[in-house]
Design a protein around this ligand. Structure first.
Ligand code: PLP
Length: 405
């Protein structure tokens, strides 16, 4: 049944929507969502889809969560923006709460992941200068993704994304992910000030490092006086079953960044730091017009509150195990499936070959997913509060589509 439907869909794909005035930087799927509730999205023809992507790890509590909607409405009616020239109550409150859950000392709020990473890079560079290092250098990972601004693109370990925008910022060294030796090789480089990695490579297809990788990186950084910077933009806010992925290994970075799910869809980014790293940025050295505005901070506080009250860290852990086990059982031995992996509600199914339009095939079957790895990796980043029935439906559709390929 599904096979017939997919074959038909292959010959009559949905039309792309017109957007002649937009710079064509996104390869969009042929669908326009107009509303959502929980983990269900509806398109402009009122077709319903199950959302297993959450706006790329953003809507961690699903769409139109009643408490989030209420908080947005109340805050909009109270105060949206005043500028950082003044004390902002919501920002101060979120600062304390965020530092408590992240186990950090101080935080700076920005508007996106890339901006949060910009702050982290500036902290590392400024720290280097304070130690007399003229060309402070940061070690990052190949296949990493840290953003699209010039500094974060330079940090990103993906030459394809950098092509055409050279020269990159100097003084980033890209090494193999999940290899301590690859970092250790640079032990004698006196310009190195920091190692910056994602705890799990997200954009590259949910690549989970060996257990102990972060702990060993921590040790290496301590031995050499380097900062450990962890980009938790995709892994953070409960997605892996802890507030932040480094908490699985009981290590603390010197600097960490968060964004995406932090306010469940209202743009915000955070760069938090601990110890010496927390004292680097001083008045006038960094800033943002919108960063830490009352609306974004109030919604981030509400998001954290809901995750705590509804015990959603535990739910993410349990549901993640369930999803992985079910995927393993249903398609683990299927000829086209190479690997099923992930942590918490951050999962991937890797196929043996690329399939063109795989994301569109999933859409035709009623499931929103993301395809990475050149068309081979199905990435699942559902809300952490999905129901059992929704989880089973995700498994069923993934099974049906993979088996119909
Ligand atoms: N870092 C990681 C790990 C990400 O996954 C992303 C976005 O996908 C970013 C940074 C950039 O975040 P933003 O798109 O909000 O700038």
């Amino acid at each position: 049944m599904l096979k017939e439907f997919l074959d038909k869909f292959r010959t009559t794909p949905l039309l792309h929507h017109d957007e002649p005035a937009l710079m064509p930087v996104f390869k969009r799927q042929p669908v326009s969502f107009v509303r959502g509730r929980g983990s269900i999205l509806w398109d402009d023809e009122d077709n319903a889809y199950l959302d297993a992507l959450g706006g790329i790890a953003v809507t961690i509590l699903g769409h139109s969560h009643p408490r989030i909607s209420e908080a947005i409405s109340l805050q909009a009616d109270r105060l949206l923006h005043v500028s950082n020239h003044f004390h902002i109550q919501e920002q101060a409150r979120l600062g304390e709460k965020f530092c408590a859950i992240a186990e950090m000392d101080k935080v700076f709020f920005a508007n996106s992941g890339a901006e949060a990473n910009e702050a982290a890079i500036k902290i590392a560079r400024a720290y280097g200068h304070s130690r007399g290092i003229k060309y402070p250098t940061i070690i990052t990972a190949k296949k990493s993704f840290h953003g699209r601004t010039m500094a974060t693109l330079s940090a990103t370990g993906n030459p394809a994304l950098q092509a055409g925008f050279e020269p990159m910022l100097a003084n980033f060294i890209h090494v193999d992910f999940n290899s301590l030796d690859a970092v250790g090789v640079h032990a004698d480089n006196e310009d190195v000030v920091a190692v910056m990695v994602e705890p799990i490579l997200g954009e590259s297809g949910i690549i989970v490092p060996d257990e102990g990788y972060l702990r060993s990186l921590r040790q290496l950084c301590d031995e050499h006086g380097w900062f450990l910077i962890l980009d938790e933009i995709q892994t953070g806010m409960g997605r892996t079953g802890k507030w932040f992925a480094y908490q699985h290994e009981n290590v603390l970075p010197d600097v960490m960044t968060s964004a995406k799910a932090l306010a469940n869809g209202i743009p915000i980014g955070a760069c938090a730091a601990r110890g010496k790293a927390a004292a680097v940025l001083t008045a006038g050295t960094h800033g943002s017009t919108f960063g830490g505005n009352p609306l974004a901070c109030k919604i981030a506080l509400t998001t954290i509150d809901i995750i705590e009250q509804d015990a959603l860290l535990e739910a993410a852990h349990e549901m993640g195990l369930f999803l992985r086990k079910q995927l393993q059982q249903q398609i683990g031995t299927h000829a086209g499936v190479v690997d099923i992996r992930g942590k918490g509600m951050m999962l991937a199914v890797e196929l043996d070959q690329a399939h063109p339009d795989l994301a569109s095939l999933f859409l035709a079957a009623g499931l929103v997913v993301n395809i990475t790895g050149g068309g081979k990796i199905i990435r699942l980043l559902p809300a952490i509060n999905i129901s059992d029935a929704e989880a089973k439906k995700i498994i069923q559709i993934v099974h049906d589509v993979v088996c119909a390929l």
